[in-house]
Write a protein that binds this ligand. Sequence first.
Ligand code: SF4
Length: 246
Amino acid sequence: MTDLANAPLSSDRLEEVADHLEGWSVRDILAWACDQFAPRLTLATGFGTEGCVLIDAIGTNRLPVDLFTLDTGLLFPQTYALWRTLESRYDLTIRAVRPRLTVEQQAVQHGPALWTRDPDACCAIRKALPLRTELAKFDAWISAIRREQTPARARARVVEWDAKFDVVKINPLAAWTKDDVWTYIDTHDVPVNPLHEESYPSIGCMPCTSPVAPGENERAGRWRGRAKTECGLHDRLVLPLAQVAG
Ligand code: SF4
C-alpha cells in the first residue's frame, strides 16, 4: 500500500484518503480498513447480495472483522436460513443484535403492526437504535451500500465520517454496479437468498418487503406505497468529515 493509505487517519485526511481508495479492489479496501481499525471494526449486514459479497471477502481472506446483523424478529425464514449457511460456509459468527423490545412487547407498548402505521418509528425501535448502541462499541463500520441503489446513497464515499452514528463508515462497494455484484456472486459461488429468484432484489423485514415488477427500481418493493426508502441507517446524515469537523 502507499504512504497515503498507511498514514495516520486524522479527520482532515479522511476525504483525501477516500479519493485515494476509490478504484481499489474490495479486498484491498477491507485490508486497509483492518489495518486502520481492527479490532474495533465491524460489518453490519442485512444479508443482501452485497452483504454476502463482503462476507465472502472477509471469510475467504480471514480478515479480522466483527460481523453482526440487526435481527428485528421479522426477517424472512429464508434470511434466517441464509444466515446459518454463511456462518457454516465461512466458519465465522455473525452476531445477532436485537431491539430492546420483542415484537410482542412492541405491540403492547405501541399497538399491533406498528410498521403499518408508523414505519419510521418501527425502524427506529427495531433497527436504528440497536445499531446506534452497537456501533458505539466500534471505531468504524463497514456497510454494503452502492451509489446506484438510491439517490440517498449516490454520494457515498469509499470511506467517510458517519455523523449519525459518530464512527467512520467504509463502503467498499460504493462504486459497484448490480452486474458487478452478480458477477462476483457467480464467480465465487457465494450463497445468497433464494428470494432473489422470486422477484425480491432487495429483502428486509417480511411486513415491509414485496416483489418488484420488471423495470422497477430494485428497492421499489421496500415500504411499497410509502415515500419511505431507507431504514434510517444510511441516509445523508452521513456527511463528509470536513463538514462536521468544522
Ligand atoms: S422494515 Fe418494517 S418491520 Fe422492519 S423495522 Fe422497519 S418498519 Fe419495522
